[in-house]
Design a protein around this ligand. Sequence first.
Ligand code: ASP
Length: 359
Amino acid sequence: MLIKKVFYLLLFFSSMNLYSQEKYKEKMIGNNPALPTIAFVITGGTVAETQNPKTKASVLGPLDTLIKNLQLLTDLANIKMIEFSNIDSSQMTPEIWGKLSLMVDKVLMDDNITAAVISHGTDTMAQGAYFLDLTLKTKKPVVFTGSMLNLSDYYSDGPFNLRNAVIQVINKTPENWGVTVTLNGYINAAKEVIKTNTINFQTFESGQKGYLGYVFGNKVYALNDVIYHNKFPIPKKFPKIYIFQDFAGAKDDVLKFMANQNPDAIIVEALGAGNVSQEVYQGVKYALDKNILIVITSIVPKGGVFPVYGDIGGGSVLYEAGAIFSRYLRADKARILLLLAIAQFGKDKEKLANFLSMQ
Ligand code: ASP
C-alpha cells in the first residue's frame, strides 16, 4: 500500500516536472483585499475571439476584449489571469490537457487563490473538463466556461457566462461536484455533459442524470450531486485509442483497418443498447483476436448499453466474445477515461470493465 502511494507520488512529481517548466503570461486584475482571488486560465475558443472586420469570420487574436470583460468582474473577485494558450478547442490534445491540469493544480496550491475558471472552446470542452476532473488533485472549485458567440457580437453570451462562472466559484458549492461545465446559467458535471447544439446558447446538457444546478443573480442553486469520481495520474505517454461509429450497412473494413494499426483499444459506438451488424461483428472479433480491447458504447444519448440481444452482433454475443461495456459514458468520454486508465493499469479487462460500469 505504502509502496503504491510512493509510486504514484513519484509519478505525479515526475510528470509535474515534465509539464511545469513552461512560463505563462500572467496579469492581476483587481486588487480588493475584501474579495477572494481566483485564477482565470485562458485556453482560447470563441470566448477569446473577435470578428475580423474584413472577412467577418470569428478569429482568435489579441486578448484585449476578453481582458476588458474580466475587468467588469472585479466587483466579485480579484482575478489572476493566466494565458495558457490561445487556440481553437479543435486543436486540443490529451497532452495539452495534461499540461493544463498540472498547471491548474500548481496555481491552486497557492493558499490565496480560492478557485479556478478555465475559458475553453466549446467544441471539445466536455472532453477537456472530464480530463481535468479525472486528473486534478485540488479540492478547490474548477469551472470550465466559454461562449457560442464571440465578444464582438452585441448579443454575445460570453460576458454572461464569464460572470456566472465567477459567481459559481466564489459561492460555496458541493466539493463532490468536481470540475463543472457552466454555460447559459446551467451547471453540468464534467462526466455527464454533452454539447447538444452547434449554435444555440443552451448547448450543454447533462442527459438523463440532469444538471447539477444553476446560477441566478449572485447565487448558486443546487439541484443534484455527483456520487462517483475516479482519479488518475497523468501519464507521460497516452495509449492509442480509436473510435468507430457503427451505421446501418457498415462492413468490417474500417474496423479491420483500425485493428491493423495496432491500437490498444477501439471504442465502438454501437446502435441502440449496444448492437452491431454481422459484418461489423466480424471486425470486432478480428480486433479481439489481436488482443485489442473492444469497448461498446451507443450512438443513442440516453439509456446506456446492455448486453441484451443474442443474434450475431447483438450485445449479448459481443459480451460473450470479450467486448467490454461502457454503460453510460459516451464514446468520447469513454476514450478520455481509457487514455488514463489503460496508461495506469494496462489492458486489465476486468479492472477497466469495472471502471466503465461504475460511471
Ligand atoms: N470553435 C470554437 C472552439 O474553440 C467553438 C466555441 O468555442 O464555441 O471550440
